[in-house]
Unconditional design. Sequence first.
Length: 128
Amino acid sequence: MAERQNISTGSEWEPIIGYSRAVKIGDYIHVSGTTGTREDGSVAAGDAEAQTMQALRNIEAALVQAGATLNDVVRTRVFVTDISRWQEYGRAHGSVFAEIRPATAIIEVSALIDSEMLVEIEADAFVG
């Protein structure tokens, strides 16, 4: 059986909710839903593109901890609170993944955990 590595950000919520920022098992890495929260805990209120870019930077940091890069991402799921702004989310996603081109979906949800959050992204990577 492949060894399991849980990647943590040290967030106070991880043990309360019972999740890891990412989990690596064998050649697979699964990154939990990741928002555009900056290190100081804030988000770029109202700015969908900035939040998407920050979420992708946060995903990249988790991947690096797991021994991967954005080039290893094979799938993303982009959860948004306003699908009519899909081009803003898409521009940011496209600027990061223009050459990598993982399978992806943009899905509208009614809300995220904080009303200022506009986007949450999951990512799966393969490093085999």
